[in-house]
Design a protein around this ligand. Structure first.
Ligand SMILES: [Zn+2]
Length: 344
């Protein structure tokens, strides 16, 4: 115990946290969904702060172009194409061997959440897509668990803490996930590491307050930043959950109604069919515009959008269904779909 106090002495000395806050943080169980740019920053911060248990969920592998912003990985991880969740856990164990790190190299689903056993005290959003964020939102609302939303693209970022019963949720502001193609991604618009670091810092700070039992100190507003234009701010708001929000009122959790269909390999061809999330919409002309710098051979017709990226050919139909040519692994097709079509 003495040694642990030494390790966290500078944090404990911060009066608003104190020994009581540190003890609560040490006993806490946190779920981090997505161990990419935001996720690696958040995980590093929370493991150093002394969280007791941290689940790390990510379906992807480390690639060389991740290293510019995904701070837990190195060239060796990229060279071996290591799965992100266990690679991150291996690095974090060398930072804090007392933290119970539980990597899960899978797509995050309601089933993965249920398989955790006892629910976590907090969920952190390190994802890059709105489909998963709405799933987190609805799971958290149903279980009464706080979560912290975060997103970054280009030089901009946004983040917000959601505390069931106290603050509005994501659905209170935007009832449904935006159409795929409407919002840029790191692939289409690029990403600067400082934007990631700023958003992750806000998320980690809210996490520490929530875990330390200081809900009174949680930001009552959403972070909005642009590290290139030097706009840094929190848009304050007052008021609790929207009474007409289905998730906050407990009437309905749309993201939990029906799981997305699994992608399927097409027989006899190096190709897969990928289905969108239930109820998703895709704006093909806007998606085509976003892809200008990320994809090649872009061709938009009234029937479909064709393009070439990451060595694969894509055909995306207006309902969001897509054919991905050049893959022999269905999950790889899902990763590429989320990367370029936007995962809604
Ligand atoms: Zn709500």
């Amino acid at each position: 115990m003495e040694a642990m106090q030494d390790r966290f002495s500078r944090q404990v000395r911060f009066a608003s946290l104190g020994p009581d806050g540190q003890e609560r943080i040490g006993a806490s169980r946190v779920l981090l969904v997505g161990v990419g740019a935001l996720g690696t920053h958040i995980a590093g911060s929370l493991v150093r702060a002394g969280v007791g248990t941290l689940w790390l969920v990510d379906r992807d592998i480390v690639e060389l172009d991740n290293l510019q912003r995904q701070v837990l990985f190195d060239e060796d991880d990229a060279r071996h194409g290591r799965a992100k969740a266990p690679a991150a856990a291996a690095h974090l164990r060398r930072v804090n061997s007392r933290c119970d790190l539980r990597p899960i190299a899978e797509e995050f689903t309601a089933e993965v959440f249920a398989a955790l056993g006892a629910p976590p005290d907090l969920i952190l959003d390190g994802t890059d897509n709105f489909a998963t964020r709405y799933l987190i939102n609805d799971l958290a609302a149903r279980a009464g668990i706080p979560w912290v939303y975060g997103g970054a693209v280009g030089a901009t970022g946004a983040a917000m803490a959601v505390v069931p019963g106290r603050t509005p949720c994501l659905r209170c502001f935007v009832p449904e996930a935006p159409p795929a193609g409407e919002v840029g991604t790191c692939e289409t618009d690029g990403i600067l590491e400082p934007a990631v670091a700023a958003v992750a810092a806000f998320q980690s700070a809210q996490a520490l307050k929530i875990l330390a039992g200081r809900l009174d100190a949680v930001a009552s507003g959403a972070l909005a930043i642009d590290v290139w234009a030097d706009r840094w701010g929190v848009r304050l708001r007052s008021g609790g959950p929207d009474p007409s929000c289905p998730a906050c009122s407990g009437r309905d959790y749309p993201a939990l109604r029906a799981p997305a269909l699994e992608p399927v390999l097409l027989c006899g061809r190096a190709a897969a069919q990928v289905f969108p999330q239930p109820g998703a919409r895709v704006d093909l002309p806007r998606l085509a515009a976003h892809l200008q710098r990320a994809a090649e051979d872009i061709e938009l017709t009234p029937e479909l959008l064709r393009f070439r990226a990451d060595g694969c050919r894509f055909s995306v139909f207006p309902g969001g269904r897509a054919l991905v040519f050049g893959v022999t692994d269905a999950q790889r097709a899902r990763v590429l779909y989320d990367r370029y079509v936007g995962a809604c």
